[in-house]
Design a protein around this ligand. Structure first.
Ligand code: PHE
Length: 367
């Protein structure tokens, strides 16, 4: 025995040299991966069971036992370095891919622009916003009625008890007030100011402010103490119609509803009236239109009947004329009203109305 280390065997030298070149080669290949999937393949090649590195292990048996340990440690150290580089590269690809996914799903909330900047923005493909489905429906309704000779009028959303109830033939404590779950404003005296439960108070304002003949529609926002669900929103929209003139009959009402139905929904679409009750009209009716989804054949939307109920209507009650000082011996009239949101829901086949208020651009952009 000498105190010199024994000379390395030729096998030890060749395996040790192979480790160095396999490591530097493997490192270069890992670094060259352009994306995660490629990296994973290279990682399998370089570090997997069939890799050159794994094959080196099988050659360890050729070495004398003292060299076997030393060379084994060399191989393991190279493997650890390659593995930790592969892990680091994978982590950076993953976060990069997460970032580009978020970027791809990003919502462009840029405000609508007009003026000199709008054109260059359009040119680079930035989409412009558009009106909400409910507003689009309201505009189409207004256009239809204007084409039929109606004027468009509006009224306030905060109303007094007089306009929302009393002038509409519902004196205080009248049981019919229970048809509307009312939101009152905290103003003195209590119970006198409310958020209008329908657009009918605008009828009263019109008749107070102008003399017949009146041919007007009155769209607007209404409020009821309803819990939101698939078919109810506590804030919703109605459109009201009012005609007051000499010699207006129930036949004119039915004919107007029918003309509106055909012109708004298209040829082949019709209307029908069914007896109903409203305090401010007498007689009163509910009006139904051919189901726009199945064109009357019967489907889930219309529960197989071929008709959907749109709203209420009737001849203006003489007590309402009395409240606004119109002589019901000289004039007669009719009124109708229906929900715009509900109509929009039926037209686009929307299962849940609450989507109209969620403001999810991915939903809204469909219309
Ligand atoms: N205002 C009634 C409602 O909200 C609808 C209606 C309007 C009925 C006009 C008759 C005449 O239910």
């Amino acid at each position: 025995m000498t105190d010199h280390a024994p000379p390395s065997s030729p096998d030890r030298t060749s395996i040790a040299e192979a480790v160095v070149s396999i490591e530097s080669d493997g490192l270069a290949r890992l670094e060259s991966a352009p994306r995660l999937a490629t990296l994973r393949e290279i990682e399998r090649d370089v570090l997997g069971k069939r890799s050159e590195l794994a094959r080196l292990h099988t050659r360890l048996g050729q070495l004398p036992s003292d060299e076997r340990r030393e060379v084994g440690a060399l191989i393991n150290a190279a493997r650890d370095r390659l593995q930790s580089r592969a892990d680091a590269l994978a982590a950076s690809f993953e976060s990069q891919e997460r970032r580009s996914r978020i970027e791809a799903e990003r919502l462009d909330l840029t405000e609508f622009m007009s003026g000199p900047l709008a054109a260059p923005l359009d040119a680079i493909g930035r989409g412009r916003g558009h009106l909400n489905l409910v507003t689009e429906t309201r505009t189409r309704l207004e256009d239809t009625f204007v084409a039929m000779g109606f004027a468009v009028a509006e009224g306030p959303e905060a109303e007094t008890d007089w306009y929302n109830f009393e002038a509409l033939n519902m004196p205080p404590a009248h049981p019919a007030r229970g048809m509307w779950d009312t939101l009152y404003l905290r103003l003195d005296p209590p119970g006198t100011v409310l958020l209008r439960t329908h657009t009918s108070p605008v009828q009263i304002r019109l008749m107070e402010s102008q003399k017949p003949p009146i041919y007007a529609v009155m769209p607007g926002r209404c409020y009821r103490r309803d819990t939101p669900d698939a078919r109810h929103l506590p804030v919703f929209h109605q459109i009201e119609g009012l005609v007051v003139d000499r010699g207006i009959t129930f036949g004119n009402l039915a004919g107007t509803i029918e003309a509106f139905t055909t012109s708004f929904f298209g040829p082949g679409m019709h209307s029908r009236l069914r007896p109903s009750y409203f305090p401010f009209t007498e007689p009163s009716a509910e009006f139904e239109v051919t189901c726009p989804i199945c064109a009357g054949a019967g489907c889930r939307t219309c529960s197989g009947s071929g008709w959907i109920e749109l709203g209420g209507c009737g001849m203006v009650d003489p007590n309402v004329f009395a409240a606004v000082g119109i002589d019901s011996e000289t004039y007669s009239g009719f009124a109708f009203g229906f929900g715009i949101d509900r109509l929009a829901q039926v037209l686009v086949g929307l299962p849940d109305m609450r989507a109209l208020l969620d403001n999810d651009v991915r939903f809204l952009a469909q219309f």
